[in-house]
Write a new protein. Structure first.
Length: 143
């Protein structure tokens, strides 16, 4: 068993996936998380060249944040949360996580390129959506 950056055990194995996280990273709630698109999936039709299903754009979110009454849906997370996504991606790259090479391939070889990629992707999304979202509850960042 290894530990994930959120402090809870990360179980490895065929039956470990369902028990991988005890708390959802963003909100800290005790439930199985949803996998959410940071930049909303609805943008895929408008930006067919962007890989919005790439690891760089996928985050864990509680069900309320993803699809509850005050959920994100097609809204754009705030720039503060974009910075949190960037820190998460950089943490995984710097820790030699098994997603390291995938993140580098999807976002760029240097920190500067990766930050620029996220910023330009965010700005394109903002130009389309013009509305931002913040979670109603949040856990302290772990990296």
């Amino acid at each position: 068993m290894t530990r994930n950056p959120y402090g809870s055990p990360l179980l490895i194995g065929s039956d470990g996936a369902a028990n991988a996280l005890k708390k959802i990273p963003l909100s800290g709630t005790e439930a199985f998380p949803d996998v959410d698109h940071f930049l909303p999936h609805v943008l895929k039709a408008r930006f067919p060249e962007a890989d919005l299903n790439g690891v760089w754009n996928l985050v864990l979110a509680c069900q309320d944040c993803n699809r509850g009454p005050r959920g994100k849906f097609v809204q754009l997370p705030t720039q503060r949360l974009l910075e949190r996504l960037n820190k998460r991606n950089e943490y995984l790259i710097g820790s030699n996580h098994h997603l390291r090479e995938t993140l580098i391939t999807q976002t760029g070889r240097s920190q500067e390129h990766r930050r620029s990629f996220l910023r330009s992707s965010y700005e394109r999304a903002w130009a389309e959506l013009l509305v931002t979202w913040e979670p109603s509850h949040e856990r302290e960042p772990q990296f």
